[in-house]
Design a protein around this ligand. Structure first.
Ligand SMILES: Nc1nc2c(ncn2[C@@H]2O[C@H](COP(=O)(O)OP(=O)(O)OP(=O)(O)O)[C@@H](O)[C@H]2O)c(=O)[nH]1
Ligand SMILES: [Mg+2]
Ligand SMILES: [Zn+2]
Ligand SMILES: [Zn+2]
Length: 413
């Protein structure tokens, strides 16, 4: 039985029990009149007062008789009891948000993306999606498909801005100004059967690109509680340019001015751990059990501070489509050393005290700083990312969704 987690309100439900929404299509079936719109107060209540009265009128929601849903579900259409026209659209029983048609056919993994304002979250998601669709997808024979209209539209706009017009994303609007839709993808990876058979395993990935100010302090973060506690993994982005000792160490440069210093990563991590513990994600000893990938962003700016052999200067190998555990450890150790050098041992200690499963990463979404004369633009040669995929691949490998290569053990699932 597939359990679906609504990507809007994070309620859990069995896929077979989800209600449907009539599409109000006139079709001549039974020659009857098509359904008219009805006021959907459940949905309007969830979306908040920003929804204009006309938009509250939507296709009627109905729960099909058990006999119909019990036959294995699987994305089929179900006839509306009023007009008889079949509809494929399933909605969340709790908030009545429409779910993309293929959302309900596989298990979902929710990846929470957190980080201070301007730490690079939006740029990171766009570049990550592009890399998963190209270089990384090729290495693992994986593919990533945007699900639902709003993710497809946003992906297209972001890709055109970043890769064609070379424009960096605008600051994400805070939740108080409107609801930011989650980004929904279907990740398909080859699955090797025990007897050498092959197949494909589909996983739904849900990303939520919050505005930095919504993560600045326990109170603001409260809005994201359900999302954070439903997460299978967390990616915390740390902007090194907002760390005092890194700012002091960087040589004088002619790039764009350094960002304003926002909420410290230590504060975000502490608030995050408190939220998770308050929602039953704590282990004995008080550490949060959700795996957390802590990634230092914008490593292109750190080149003067890195050893020429630093693993942060090149991508992970992904040899024959396996995730390299040795390489991950080398990166983790490199970051431990760097953070200690940068007087951030307090951050490290905090993370180790708060999280039972922690790994450190370093990445650059752009590969080079934005041009000095056009700080809102991507580098002239376009994004040339380094190691953007590592945190997500680690989280997937934690859930046995990727083949892992560990020295001495050869290939292991
Ligand atoms: N040098 C460098 N700068 C980057 C990189 N990625 C992002 N930046 C810079 O960081 C700024 C903020 O990036 P965003 O992706 O908008 O950050 P965000 O975390 O989404 O910000 P909010 O939505 O306001 O919370 C960009 O405008 C760039 O100037 C990178 O890989 N390298
Ligand atoms: Mg943003
Ligand atoms: Zn819902
Ligand atoms: Zn109908």
């Amino acid at each position: 039985m597939t359990t679906v987690i609504c990507p809007y309100c994070f309620a859990r439900a069995s896929a077979a029990k989800l209600p449907y929404r009539c599409l109000m299509t006139p079709s001549g079936v039974r020659g009857g009149a098509p359904c008219g719109p009805e006021r959907d107060d459940v949905w309007a209540g969830f979306m908040g007062p920003g929804v204009p009265p006309a938009a509250r009128m939507r296709g009627p929601v109905f729960t099909p008789p058990r006999r119909v849903t019990g036959l294995g579900g699987g994305g089929r259409s179900v006839p509306c009891p009023k007009c008889g026209v079949p509809t494929p659209v399933r909605v969340c029983g709790t908030c009545h948000s429409d779910l993309p048609s293929d959302y309900c056919d596989q298990d979902s993994r929710i990846i929470a993306l957190v980080g201070a304002k301007a730490s690079g979250k939006s740029t990171y998601v766009s570049v990550l999606v592009n890399e998963l669709n190209h270089r990384v997808g090729q290495a693992y024979h994986a593919s990533l498909a945007a699900m639902g209209q709003s993710t497809q539209t946003r992906d297209k706009e972001m890709a055109e801005d970043l890769y064609e017009r070379l424009r960096l994303p605008d600051a994400t609007r805070p939740a108080a100004l409107g609801f930011n839709d989650p980004l929904l993808y279907r990740l398909s990876l080859p699955r090797k059967g025990l007897l050498g058979g092959a197949g494909t395993r589909h996983t739904t990935l849900v990303f939520f690109d919050a505005a930095g100010e919504d993560l600045a302090g326990a109170e603001a973060m409260d809005r994201y509680t359900r999302y954070l506690s439903a997460a299978d993994g967390i990616i915390l982005l740390v902007d090194p340019l907002q760390l005092g000792s890194v700012r002091d160490r960087l040589p004088v440069h002619d790039g764009p001015p350094l960002p304003v210093v926002e909420t410290s990563p230590q504060q975000i991590a502490a608030d995050l751990a408190a939220q998770l513990r308050a929602h039953g994600k704590g282990k004995a000893g008080g550490r949060a059990s959700t795996p957390i990938a802590v990634a230092v962003t914008k490593t292109d700016m750190l080149r003067p501070l890195l050893d020429p052999h630093s693993p942060l200067l090149r991508n992970a190998p992904h040899t024959s489509g396996t995730y390299d555990g040795e390489d991950r450890l080398a990166v983790h150790e490199e970051l431990r050393t760097l953070l200690t050098d940068w007087d951030s041992d307090a951050l490290l200690r905090q993370l180790e005290l708060d999280f039972a499963e922690l790994c450190l990463f370093g990445l650059s979404a752009l590969g080079a700083p934005p041009p000095a004369d056009a700080p809102a633009d991507a580098p002239k040669s376009g994004p040339q990312p380094v190691r953007v995929e590592d945190p997500l691949l680690w989280l997937l490998s934690r859930r046995a969704l990727l083949p892992v290569h560990t020295a001495g053990k050869g290939r292991a699932q």
